[in-house]
Write a protein that binds this ligand. Structure first.
Ligand code: GTQ
Length: 354
């Protein structure tokens, strides 16, 4: 059934509107359709593509213009134009930033309420110390800095290191729960979680001593994820999507509470049609190249946006639209890192597939 037109604010006497305002009251009906749009949301999130080729020189220039002491975190934020120029978000819940650390630099220790992950894009020799664990940063590695854990970045290599930060900052900020605390340089504790949890299905079970941490695994090496994707693709030719989810190895749940992280392999020449799902998503090419089509062009009155994603490019898509991801190569696989709002939607009971 079609929605009947509702009364507008302009239909009301000006003195009545003024009296309501004075009492901190607002009529619902002029805004009802905007708050509860018919059949699907009207997201501010716009399908957007950020080419690494365009980001990199601007980030390197930030390295010349702004010393790390003046920046603490030298980051260019991937700002979705749908939220207005200068926005600090890629979607309702996702923040993306491209961070540069130059040789010898140190981004000092702090902790904050938003959860973060780093996806390493370029360079060797940097590390992130999280909760005392020094995690080496190599291309394609996923490193978690979950809520409340101390983290700092250092760099002992001889060329720039760049990584993609993914945070749930827009949501935590909206909840008025975002804050940080600065700390002293951490004492590095021996031991590495990517070694303790080096094989799926095997978790450490100490009889004495410390029980596991809330976030037991902090570094997910790309070498492991890549090998697992290749093995899965080979063993399961029937699988439509060759995809892994980064999980907490102790609980089997998502690695973090709010955003979800996945590694996806497109077989040579594969065209993967994904259903419309409620969460917004981010697509970052680790290796190879792919085309991302957002929506099917139906109902929007315009062509569906289509992005040619080169290696290290990043794109975001709003929820509730079908997506098509196509490997640009017929001869080699493509590997894509995916971040989405699915844990959040699942926990809130909002998750849908159409
Ligand atoms: O590296 O700790 O992109 O605190 C934004 C906020 C990175 C970080 C960001 C942060 C960091």
């Amino acid at each position: 059934m079609e929605d009947a037109p509702l009364g507008r604010l302009e239909d009301l006497p000006a003195d009545y509107v003024a009296q309501m305002r004075a009492q901190n009251l607002v009529p619902l009906w002029p805004s009802l359709r905007a708050l509860l749009p018919p059949t699907k949301p009207q997201p501010a999130t716009r399908a957007t593509h950020w080419a690494y080729e365009a980001i990199r020189p601007l980030l390197m220039r930030a390295g010349e213009l702004t010393p790390i002491e003046k920046a603490e975190r030298r980051v260019l934020v991937l700002a979705n134009p749908g939220f207005g120029g200068g926005s600090m978000q890629a979607s309702a819940a996702i923040y993306l930033g491209m961070q540069l650390l130059l040789p010898g630099e140190w981004a000092p220790s702090h902790r904050h309420t938003p959860n973060a992950v780093r996806m390493v894009v370029e360079g060797e020799g940097a590390w992130t110390t999280v909760d005392g664990e020094q995690c080496p940063m190599q291309r394609g590695d996923l490193i978690l800095t979950p809520t409340g854990l101390w983290h700092e970045h250092g760099h002992e290599g001889d060329a720039p290191v760049i990584w993609l930060d993914v945070l749930d900052l827009p949501l935590v900020h909206y909840l008025e729960a975002s804050y940080h605390v600065n700390g002293a340089r951490q004492t590095v504790v021996p031991g590495r979680s990517d070694r303790a949890y080096s094989r799926a299905g095997l978790v450490p079970t100490p009889v004495f001593g410390r029980s596991s941490r809330a976030y037991p695994m902090l570094r997910y090496p790309w070498a492991h994820a890549r090998a697992a994707l290749l093995a899965l693709a080979e063993d399961r030719p029937d699988l439509d999507a060759v995809q892994l989810t980064y999980t907490n190895p102790e609980t089997g749940g998502h690695a973090e509470n709010i955003l979800g992280f996945h590694a996806l392999m497109l077989r040579p020449g594969q065209v993967l049609a994904l259903p419309a799902r409620s969460p917004a998503s981010v697509w970052h090419v680790i290796e190879g190249a792919a085309t991302l089509t957002v929506g099917d062009g139906e109902g929007e009155g315009a062509e569906a946006p289509r992005f040619a994603l080169a290696e290290a490019d990043t794109a975001c898509a709003p929820g509730y639209l079908p997506l098509t991801l196509a490997n640009a190569s017929a001869g080699a696989p493509a590997f894509v890192f995916v971040a989405d709002e699915s844990p959040l939607h699942q926990k809130l009971g909002l998750y849908e597939t159409r």
